[in-house]
Design a protein around this ligand. Structure first.
Ligand code: FBP
Length: 253
């Protein structure tokens, strides 16, 4: 994971929502992957997350690449499953330094994803790439996907399956997130951003909270590229995550 870290922290820009949600998340500006590549470089992100189609056509090597190797649309209903759609070997040839894989823990199909991730993690490590697991508890069995015990279970699952980093949602408070970080052991924890927060301050408080709980950083998308001024948001996030400033200090930066 070292290539994605600065001061032992990482700020990753996620942009796989075009597959996961469709263009509904986008506007005239951020629908263009070239805009995101530029933002990742100018905003000095420590990594950018693309699916293979975007990476093949837009990735230019200025920022370390996390290639998502599974994915799904949200057009399918029922128990979620996300299967591999890009090989680890191809990810490496495109220039990725890590592969990303989503596991819907709790889904009736979780065994498929656990098995695939197990193989992908071994292949990635052979090629000296990191394996990052997005672990999202989801499906009929999951009543509250951000309940502290569920998030801690997601974090622990990341450690158990051999992920170098795990991307999980925030529980909403520092104390309960600390237990999730503790449960993840040597697997680094990144907070997932979620839909655009009601206010910038709300979002920044969540980021500060996850860092105070011991997270290694954040892997966020919509709260950055849906912002009116994405570059400024990147600056504020760097100040919080990499320079470890308070929300107030970061907003003054
Ligand atoms: P956001 O910061 O925009 O939430 O991105 C993080 C992310 O994990 C993306 O990588 C992924 O596309 C999306 O969230 C999945 O969202 P959902 O919770 O709807 O499955």
């Amino acid at each position: 994971m070292a290539v994605f870290l600065e001061n032992n922290r990482g700020l990753l820009l996620a942009y796989d929502q075009g597959l996961e949600h469709g263009p509904t998340d986008f506007n005239e500006r951020n629908v263009d992957p070239a805009f995101i590549m530029e933002l990742a470089a100018a905003g000095r992100f420590n990594g950018v997350v693309f699916q293979k189609g975007l990476a093949e056509k837009y990735y230019d090597g200025r920022v370390p690449l996390v290639l998502k190797v599974n994915g799904k649309t949200n057009l399918v209903k029922g128990e979620p499953v996300s299967r591999q759609i890009c090989s680890v070997d191809h990810a490496s040839k495109i220039g990725a330094k890590a592969v990303g894989y989503t596991i819907y823990a709790g889904s009736a199909h979780e065994s498929i994803m656990l098995e695939e991730f197990g193989r992908i993690q071994e292949e990635a490590h052979k090629l000296k790439m990191a394996a990052i697991a997005w672990i999202y508890p989801r499906g009929e069995a999951i009543k509250n996907d951000t309940a502290p015990e569920i998030i801690a279970y997601a974090a622990r699952t990341g450690l158990e399956v051999g992920a170098d980093a795990v991307k999980i949602k925030y529980t909403g408070d520092v104390e309960s997130f600390k237990w999730a970080v503790r449960s993840a052991g040597k697997t680094r924890v990144f907070m997932s951003g979620g839909p655009k927060a009601p206010s910038e301050a709300d979002f920044l408080k969540q980021v500060r909270g996850c860092l105070d709980a011991g997270a290694a950083g954040v892997a966020v998308g919509r709260n950055v590229w849906q912002s009116l001024d994405p570059l400024r948001m990147a600056r504020v996030l760097r100040s919080l995550v990499i320079e470890d400033r308070s929300v107030e200090e970061a907003l003054r930066a």
